[in-house]
Each structure stands twice: as C-alpha cells, then as structure tokens.
Design a protein around this ligand. Structure first.
Ligand code: SF4
Length: 148
C-alpha cells in the first residue's frame, strides 16, 4: 500500500516560508516503502513562499462544512484554496490507493489532532487541518511526524 506524505517533511521547500520541515524519523520510516509526497497548499494553487494562514474559529471539518474559514495573517480568506488542495490531495490518495498519510503536525492543511488556533501565536487547539479532515473522512489512517 502507498503512504501519502507531507512533502515538507521530506525536505521539499514547499513550506509557507519557502523552507521545509525535513524530519529524519519520517525519512527513515519510509525506507523501502511506497510513498507519494503531497503539498496541499501548493496543490490548491497557493504560491511558495506565501503568507501564513490558520483556521479561524474551528478546524478542517468545519471548513469542509462551510462553517469556518482559513485566513492569512494579513486577513485574506484563502478557504477556497485550502479546500481545493484537500480535494486534489484526495485524488492522489485514491489514484495511488493509499491507506495511510503521514502529515505535518499542527498545519492548517496537514495537522491531525492539533492545529494552530488562529491567533498566529503558535498556540495549539484540538482539531484537524482541512486536508487531514478530508482524508480521514475517506478512510485513511493519519499519523503525524510526532507519532513516529
Ligand atoms: Fe505543504 Fe502540508 Fe507541509 Fe504545509 S504542512 S508545507 S501544506 S505539505
């Protein structure tokens, strides 16, 4: 089976800052396995670098239900791009028959179990990112780099 992986965890420079979140535990865990890197925010059409964004008053599940928004630090609504990125990521999962995703903790797209709270103060709150929420709705098992 194939594993979807947040590309920034593998050293791909797709993070909002233009850098990455390379994680040696993730790289080692994937040795000998079949995996596909994804960056939902790039798949949603956002640029790199880009202004950081967080989910305002809710989490990815509420975003998918139209009850919460993803806002940039400078106050732009990027909800549509985040939903688009989640939908494109789901296509990768379905085409590759992935059953698991290893995702970047606390991201508004990739976070699972915890995300940043919308204050841009790096404060966590319970919840999932938009892509994590959609992948979980479709039956994928989700892990973050913290779980490995
Ligand atoms: Fe892209 Fe997800 Fe990494 Fe953000 S956390 S840079 S959306 S792969």
């Amino acid at each position: 089976m194939t594993i979807l992986v947040s590309a920034c965890l593998l050293g791909i420079d797709c993070k909002y800052s233009g850098g990455n979140n390379c994680n040696s535990r993730v790289v080692k865990y994937l040795e000998g396995k079949q995996w596909i890197p994804i960056c939902p925010e790039q798949l949603g059409g956002l640029t790199t670098p880009r202004t950081p964004a967080e989910i305002d008053l809710g989490d990815g599940n509420l975003v998918l239900e139209g009850k919460a928004r993803v806002m940039t630090k400078d106050g732009r609504d990027v909800t549509r791009a985040f939903i688009k990125g989640a939908e494109e990521s789901l296509k990768f999962a379905q085409l590759s028959e992935a059953d698991t995703a290893i995702l970047k903790a606390r991201s508004p797209s990739c976070g699972h179990g915890q995300i940043y709270d919308g204050s841009f103060q790096r404060q966590p709150k319970p919840g999932s990112g938009v892509t994590a929420a959609l992948l979980q709705k479709h039956g994928l098992k989700l892990l973050t780099e913290v779980d490995l």
